[in-house]
Ligand binder design. Sequence first.
Ligand code: SF4
Ligand code: SF4
Ligand code: FES
Length: 247
Amino acid sequence: MARNLKFNIFRFNPQERDYKPHTDTFFLEETDSMTLYIALTKIRAEHDSSLQFDFCCRAGICGACAMMINGRPDLACKTLTKELPDEITLMPLPVFKLIGDLSVDTGTWFRGINEKVGSWIHTTKTLNPDEEEEKMDNATAEEIYELERCIECGCCVASCGTANMRPDFMGAIALNRIARFMLDPRDERTEHEYFEVVGTDEGIFGCMGLLACEDVCPKNLPLQDQLGILRRKMGWSAIKHLFKFKS
Ligand code: SF4
Ligand code: SF4
Ligand code: FES
C-alpha cells in the first residue's frame, strides 16, 4: 500500500513585510520512483502555488536543488522518497542568502569565493589563435577533471561547522579550487602565491577537519584528500621559503 507522506516545509518570504517564518505541513500519497523534485512539484501544483524552490536539470548536474532534507544537505532531484521516513522536513541551506522558502542564492557566494581564490588560469602567455593547441598528458588531465566535477550545489558549505559560524570562511570548496589550479601546468602561480590565498584562518587554518564536507558531497569529491595534500604542501613550502629567506 502506498505511504501517505507528511512534509514539513520551511516558509519565509523576505520580500513581504510582516511575514513570519513558519513551517507548513502537506500530505502526499507516495508514488513509484517519487523524488523530492516530483513531490515538491506536486505540492506546488496541488496545494500551494506560492511555494518557492529551485530546480533546473533534475539530474544531479546543475546543483540548484540542494536543501536540508531531514537535517542533512542533499540534492532534492536525486533523493527518492522511498529512502526517507514517512515524515520529511525540508529547510533551505544555511549560510547562503535566503531568497524564499527553500530557495537560496548560492551564486553570489560562489562568485565571491572564485574571485577570492583567483579561480582561473593565471598565465603571462598571450593566446595566438593560429598556433596549435598545447597538449596535456592524460594523467594530469584526469586528475584535474576529478576536481572539476564540483557542481557548486553548496552542500559542503551548509554542512561545515566553521562556515556556519564564520561568514569569511572559504570552506573546502576554495581549497579544492586551489588544489585544481596547482595541478594545472598552464597556471604560472607559485606555491607561495597559492598559499598566500588559502594559508589563513579564512582558509586552511579555519578548517576543523571533521569531514562533514566530504561526507555530504553528492558528487563524492575527494575534499579531505585535498585538504591533507594542501596542508602537507604548505608545510614544505613554508620551510623552503624560510630557508631561502635565511640564505
Ligand atoms: S573538514 Fe573543514 S571544510 Fe570540511 S566541513 Fe569540516 S571544517 Fe568545513
Ligand atoms: S564540493 Fe561537492 S558538495 Fe561542495 S559544492 Fe561541489 S559538488 Fe557540492
Ligand atoms: S535540479 Fe539540477 S542538481 Fe537537482
